[in-house]
Design a binder for this molecule. Sequence first.
Ligand code: PFF
Length: 453
Amino acid sequence: MSDRANFGSKLGVILATAGSAVGLGNVWRFPYMAGENGGAVFIIIYVACVLLLGIPCMISEFIVGRHGRANTARSFQTLANGKPWALIGYMGVLTGFLITGYYAVVSGWCLQYVWASLIGHLQGDPQYFKTYFIELSSDPVKPVFWTVVILVMTYLIIENGVRNGIERASKMMMPTLFVLLLIIVGASCMLPNAYKGIEFLFKPDFSKINSDVFLSALGQSFYSMSIAMGCLCTYASYFSKETNLTKAASQIAIIDCLVAILAGLMIFPAAFSVGVEPDSGPSLIFITLPNVFQQAFSGMPVMGYIISLLFFVLLSLAALTSLMSLHEVSTAFFQEELHTTRKRAALIVTVSTAIIGAFCSLSLGAYDGLTFYGEALFDWFDFVTGQIFLPVVGFLTCIFIGWFVPHKIVRDEFSNWGELKDYVRYFHRYLFLIKYVCPLAILLIFLHQLGIL
Ligand code: PFF
């Protein structure tokens, strides 16, 4: 497959893959978890999880993808040598596919909020913001409309290919996202009493350390680094033979951590400056924050308007770059397995994930029939993909690479066929982590999430 698409530059590799990693998980989930779980202590544990477990897992997916130079399922198949390990790749593609629809719904809400900020609808008392979000998420038409809009935007990028679509869009969107982040952090940290928010985020509270904190940090680091959903493997199939996998994984991890910490510095100083307790989950960004921005800048309404608008643009950019990578997993799969054009494959994915997204969205209130055992379809998708498929695929990938794939293949990919002499000495450390430490850690997260531990 020598005519296979690839990224045109090192910067493209880093920005596109970091674009996959930096997403909604960084902006709302990480800051809140850090604040609630001991501040600086959580951040240290999180960074340790990223370094010791996240980076080796990321490198493993890179190895499978670059070696296979095909979609995730086929890349695993190449290494599996006729053994059932190939199933891991299919599960990865399925996870990526199912998440695309569900992630698109939340991304669609972000777009709706950009629109609402733009036309000045995000103004009112705290109750107004609550009602606004509840009405939006349970509306039968609006969220479905925005889900389709963001999926069509993704399609328009993806159909242009790896270099002209994904890489070019990432090179524009990621720096923009970073600049917006810095502007909002600056504005938020200059508010009166902002230091209280900074304290909430960074003040170490050792009394909060327990096994829950470790396992939450571990789970969050995997989700945030886009591990086990086929994305990293698919993107790595577009890497060149010269890409240094360890260096790329480390740089992406640093960007991902940095954005997560900056997101905390964007949210908490503003919230504490107006005395609003930050919540968790969707209510933090869709209910609490618009209210916080409005109150914090009540003396300068134009500033409040601009910051709120910029915040939702930032959120939408973060969501879109992650959605692109999720969409690409299935697009590459359908293109290669159905022997069709990229455009047609992308269209199949867009239409089918839009249907999944529509059902997920409708299950949140517009149509009660879409609930099973008392839980909305939306929550089922979240649970099955994030809490079952993700750990299972992650665990099996470690076992596969650590115990099954010949070490020579793994070492060759790791060291670029011996070219990276400085990195050869890291190989044994990597292998140790991937054989023993990572599978054990993932097993613990899995049992923890199921409430067994
Ligand atoms: N890493 C993304 C986030 O932090 O929001 C979410 C994600 C994207 C997970 C792509 C998995 C994935 F394959």
